[in-house]
Write a protein that binds this ligand. Structure first.
Ligand code: ADP
Ligand code: MG
Length: 439
C-alpha cells in the first residue's frame, strides 16, 4: 500500500517535506487570470468614465496641434478611476504620437503636423516623486534617458529640461498624480509654470490629480489659479455602476461559475454605500477568491466576501496607520492604550455611541499623548495641533468623535477608536521601534 503512494500527498505530509512546484501549480483555483483583478491592471475600456476621458483628451489635444494646453486639475475620492482614466489618455496620446511620428520622432513623441514641434506626455506618481527636485529630475530623466543626472542640482536639472523643451519645440504635458503628496508643491508649480515665460518655443503644461477634495485650499493663490485653469470632479460610483465594473472584471478574472452573483452584489452594495471606491471593491473581489482557494471551495459566496472584508480592512488600517506622520500615530497610540487600559473596545468596529460607553475624553487622551510622546522622545505638540491630529485621524476613520452633552465640565469632545485597539497599538509600537532602531 505504502509503495503506491507517491512523494506527493500523505507521505510528504508525514515527513513534513515542502511541496513541489507542480503540486502547487495544480492546486484547484477559482481564478482564471488573477492579473486582471490587480489594482495595477488598466482595463481596455473604462465604463462610466467616457465623459471624463473625453474631457481630458480635449484638454491635452492642443499639444498635438503645436499649442500649449491649459493646465488641468482632476479630483475625486480614492478609487473613482482618476489614475486609470489619465493613463488611458496618456496611452492613446502615445499611440497617436507613434502613428503620427513614424516619419521620424522618437517613440511616444510626435512631430506635430504643419508645425515643427513635438508633443509628449509624462506620467509621474508623486507618491514616489514627492518633492520639486524629484519631480523635475524624473521629467528630465524621461526626456533625456541617456543623461546621468546623479549629483545634479535643481538649477542644472531645470536647465536641461528647459533647453530640451525649447530645442525640440516640445509641448510637454506633465501628469502629476497624487499631486498633494509633493512637499514643496507651491515651489514645484511655480517652477513648472514659470518655465513658459522663459521659453520662446515649446511649452510645459500640467495635469494635477488629487484624492483630497479640500487640498487646493492649502495652495498659494498663485498656484491655485495656475493649477485650476480647468478642473473637474470624478464622482463616486453608484451601486449599479460598481456592480457592472466588478462583473466586467470577474468575467475575465474568475473561471466560469466560480463566483456567485450574490457575492458580487454584496461587494457592489457595501462599497458603493460606503465610499464608491472601485479599488477597495476590487481588493475585496480578489481576497474573496483567495479565501475560497484556501478553503478549497469551487465557488465564492457571501461568506468569503464577509471574511475578505475583515481581512482587507485590517490591511487598509495597517497601511493608513503606517503612512501617518509621527504625531498622528502617537495620538492614535494614546487612544489605543487608554482603550485597552479600560479593557474596552477590542472589537473591530463599535456600534452607536448609545450602545456602549467606550468613549474617552479629549483631555485624558491629550494627557496620555504627552506621556507617549515622552516615551518615544518626541517633543509634544500644543493642544491646538492635537485637535488637528484628531481631525486627521477621524477623516481616515481611525477614530470617531462626538461632542458630549453639556455636563459638569462643559462640552468636551469624546473619542473612540475605530479599530481594534490591540492591533493599533502593535502597529504603532512596531513602526516606532523601527524608527528608534534606525536612530
Ligand atoms: P483613483 O486614481 O481615482 O484612486 P484608480 O484609477 O486607481 O482610482 O482606480 C482604482 C481601481 O479601480 C483600478 O484598478 C481601476 O482599474 C479600477 N477602476 C476604476 N474605475 C473603473 C472603471 N470605470 N471601470 C473599470 N475599472 C475601474
Ligand atoms: Mg489614483
Amino acid at each position: 500500500m505504502k509503495k503506491a503512494l507517491s512523494m506527493a500527498g500523505k507521505t510528504r505530509q508525514r515527513y513534513n517535506m515542502a511541496p513541489s512546484f507542480s503540486e502547487i501549480l495544480s492546486k484547484p483555483t477559482v481564478f482564471a487570470d488573477r492579473n486582471v483583478l490587480s489594482p495595477h491592471y488598466v482595463p481596455e475600456t473604462l465604463p462610466f468614465r467616457e465623459k471624463e476621458i473625453q474631457k481630458i483628451m480635449e484638454g491635452v489635444s492642443p499639444a498635438l496641434k503645436g499649442e500649449r494646453p491649459r493646465n488641468m486639475f482632476l479630483y475625486g475620492k480614492t478609487g473613482t478611476g482618476k489614475t486609470a482614466s489619465v493613463k488611458h489618455v496618456v496611452g492613446k496620446f502615445d499611440t497617436h504620437n507613434t502613428a503620427a511620428g513614424k516619419a521620424g520622432g522618437a517613440p511616444s513623441t510626435s512631430r506635430v503636423a504643419g508645425n515643427a514641434g513635438l508633443a509628449r506626455a509624462v506620467y509621474i506618481n508623486c507618491r514616489m516623486y514627492n518633492s520639486r527636485y524629484r519631480v523635475i529630475q524624473k521629467i528630465t530623466k524621461e526626456l533625456l534617458p541617456e543623461l546621468d543626472s546623479m549629483g545634479f542640482g535643481l538649477a542644472m536639472l531645470y536647465e536641461k529640461m528647459a533647453s530640451e523643451v525649447q530645442g525640440k519645440k516640445l509641448h510637454l504635458i506633465t501628469v502629476l498624480d497624487e499631486v498633494d503628496m509633493v512637499k514643496d508643491l507651491d515651489d514645484l508649480l511655480y517652477t513648472l509654470t514659470r518655465s513658459n515665460d522663459e521659453l520662446t518655443s515649446g511649452s510645459v503644461s500640467l495635469i494635477g490629480i488629487s484624492n483630497r477634495l479640500s487640498f487646493k485650499d492649502q495652495l498659494d493663490p498663485r498656484s491655485k489659479s495656475s493649477l485650476c485653469e480647468n478642473e473637474f470632479v470624478f464622482p463616486s460610483y453608484t451601486t449599479p455602476q460598481m456592480h457592472a465594473i466588478l462583473e466586467q472584471r470577474a468575467k475575465i478574472g474568475f473561471k466560469p461559475h466560480s463566483i456567485e452573483d450574490g457575492a458580487i452584489n454584496l461587494i457592489a452594495a457595501t462599497t458603493s454605500a460606503e465610499s464608491g471606491d472601485a479599488r477597495y471593491a476590487l481588493r475585496l473581489l480578489i481576497k474573496s477568491g483567495e479565501i475560497a482557494d484556501e478553503k478549497g471551495l469551487k465557488k465564492v459566496t457571501d461568506k468569503e466576501v464577509e471574511d475578505a472584508r475583515r481581512s482587507v480592512d485590517r490591511d487598509v488600517a495597517f497601511e493608513a496607520i503606517s503612512t501617518l506622520p509621527d504625531h498622528q500615530q502617537l495620538v492614535l497610540l494614546a487612544v489605543a492604550a487608554l482603550a485597552l487600559d479600560k479593557g474596552k473596545n477590542t472589537r473591530l468596529t463599535g456600534g452607536t455611541p448609545e450602545e456602549d460607553d467606550s468613549f474617552l475624553t479629549s483631555g485624558e487622551v491629550y494627557e496620555e499623548y504627552c506621556k507617549v510622546a515622552r516615551r518615544f522622545r518626541k517633543p509634544r505638540r500644543s493642544a491646538r495641533w492635537y485637535r488637528e491630529y484628531l481631525n486627521d485621524l477621524e477623516m481616515l476613520g481611525l477614530i470617531t468623535t462626538i461632542e458630549s452633552g453639556v455636563g459638569m465640565r462643559g462640552r468636551t469632545r469624546l473619542i473612540r477608536i475605530g479599530y481594534s485597539a490591540s492591533d493599533v497599538k502593535k502597529i504603532v509600537e512596531k513602526n516606532f521601534s523601527i524608527i528608534e532602531a534606525k536612530d
